[in-house]
Design a binder for this molecule. Structure first.
Ligand code: SF4
Ligand code: SF4
Length: 297
């Protein structure tokens, strides 16, 4: 199957961006994953991230897809954009399952295995190898059309496919993300997760005063979009074509969460990516942001 045929198939299933990364990954791959500040939320060691699939014997290629989630919005928001629609773990899997069903029909002797942020697979590096975009100084993965507002889904397969060529572009290196970051977490080519608001809003337990001060700098109570909002690559990004990401809920009412049991919370919001840490963490963050606003008045 050629890349053009694969693209046609994916587009028919409303998957707008697809490419092929080589497998196994090239030896220099570990250089791209090594960082002085490995985030505790990243699954697996570097070796595990490079080996990726543990259940499939001898994969030959990795099919990598991007799922854009940008939706224009003028109103209030207090959660990161990637969480506005339905949980991307569920949505991406559903789309990839439809693609795998077609591929299985055509290639019944081959195996296919879906990954979407649920395994140690080095998916961003694979998306780069598959020619789907480039890295920004803000440490996001940027696609020339959809900006950094995308999530990645991958299919490991025994099917031998011609790998795509990586893009030669880089980000504009304007430095806007470094200047705007509320935690000054972006340092040269690294992200120090310890002062990244996105990380801190997902940490359990008590936070230090310094950590609270970072959270209170912007209204979000889950995640942080600042380094993406200021990035010129995210100007004029089209709205996502994916209906599950168009149904948005950009604002969480903390008052509503306060009155809910954990069971009620899970039943009502279990399909949202921001629900994974539970309501206690969200309420703590809402309190920090609210306190700051109250004291400023
Ligand atoms: S997500 Fe927020 S805190 Fe983290 S690096 Fe980007 S701007 Fe800084
Ligand atoms: S804001 Fe500027 S420096 Fe940061 S990723 Fe975007 S283009 Fe690169």
């Amino acid at each position: 199957m050629t890349l053009l045929e694969l693209e046609k198939l994916a587009n028919e299933l409303n998957i707008p961006v697809i490419g092929v990364a080589p497998w196994p990954l090239p030896v220099e791959a570990s250089l791209h994953l090594d960082t002085p500040y490995p985030c505790p939320f990243t699954n697996g060691t570097i070796d595990e991230r490079l080996q990726g699939s543990t259940t499939m014997l001898a994969p030959q290629s990795a099919i990598v897809c991007l799922f854009p989630y940008y939706v224009p919005w003028e109103g209030n928001t207090n959660v990161a954009r990637y969480c506005w629609g339905d949980d991307y773990h569920i949505v991406v899997r559903q789309y990839l399952e439809r693609l795998v069903a077609v591929l299985r029909e055509r290639y019944p002797n081959d195996s296919f295995e879906i990954h979407c942020d649920t395994s140690p697979l080095a998916d961003r590096y694979m998306a780069y190898l598959a020619g789907l975009g480039f890295y920004g100084w803000n440490q996001t993965f940027i696609n020339p059309t959809w900006g950094s507002y995308t999530v990645i889904g991958t299919i490991m397969t025994t099917l031998s496919l011609e790998p795509s060529a990586p893009l030669s572009e880089s980000c504009l290196q304007c430095g806007a993300c470094l200047r705007a970051c509320p935690g000054k977490a972006l340092q040269g080519n690294h992200l120090d997760y310890r002062t990244c608001k996105s990380y801190l809003t997902q940490c359990k337990g008590e936070l230090s005063e310094e950590e609270e001060q970072i959270i209170e700098k912007t209204p979000l109570i889950f995640g942080c979009d600042v380094c993406q909002e200021v990035c010129p690559h995210n100007r004029n990004v089209p709205m996502t074509p994916i209906p599950e990401f168009q149904r948005v809920m950009p604002y969480i009412e903390a008052v509503e969460l306060e009155g809910m049991t954990n069971k009620e919370f899970k039943a009502k919001y279990g399909h949202k990516a921001w629900a994974w840490r539970g309501k206690k963490v969200l309420l703590r963050n809402a309190d920090i942001v609210r306190k700051e606003r109250y004291e400023r008045k």
